[in-house]
Design a protein around this ligand. Sequence first.
Ligand code: NAP
Length: 247
Amino acid sequence: MNLKGKNVLVTGGSRGIGKSVALTLAKAGANVIINYTSNSTAAEETVKEIESFGVQGLAIKANISDASEVNKMLEMIEEKFHKIDILVNNAGITKDNLLIRMKEEDWDQVMEVNLKGTFLCTKAIAKKMIKQKSGKIINISSVVGVMGNAGQANYCASKAGVIGFTKALAKELAGRGITVNAIAPGFIDTDMTSTLSGDVKEQLLNQIPLKRYGKPEDIANLILFLSSDLSEYITGQVIHVDGGMAM
Ligand code: NAP
């Protein structure tokens, strides 16, 4: 799968799943822009690793839930890369609690980053893709956006929202040569899940038929396929990469 000459934006591409996606696509020949919000050291390290594949890399600090920061990010990308072929809406956060203890601000923050951030980045880039008459948009949802999970009402609602958003856009943009798909990862070993207690991890493992947690590369490999010409006839789908958790 050769992505030579393609330009990719991976939101939240400095760490975890996003970093693995960035490196996998760079290895396939794409120039990769990563976005992040606070950890510049991790972002710069990831750019160095992207460039080690002989492609161009760029890290842009921008909070994806802020429209003006997203628009500035787009200007910076256009200046250096002129167009975006593939958008991976990956940045996301959790603020877990049982509903009765969940603060309104924790609800708002999760919706703002996971759902509104996906909307803002997609809106900005889809305009360019429509003019180009081509593009691939890949949104990261979650298995819990389909199954639900106690203690994550905000996160599950945001990730279910990403699925509805994906399907609506797939219909809106199909005639413009743009495909839009979502991936629903299961439990993937990253910073996001490292704070879960041993008990919770054990319970999760018992729900995974393949009997292991996922690796960021398990998600990145599917994104490589969805970014390539081999996926041309796939749009509006939610593809699970979860060791069989949801079936
Ligand atoms: P992670 O390790 O916590 O990394 C999150 C990334 O998102 C970081 O690069 C972070 O940047 C960036 N980010 C956070 N808030 C942002 C904002 N407001 N604007 C721009 N960037 C922001 O997360 P992960 O586990 O790799 O998860 C990646 C995606 O997969 C998320 O959407 C998550 O919901 C989804 N997912 C994860 C799992 C899992 O088990 N890990 C399962 C299902 C779905 P900084 O470094 O600057 O903070």
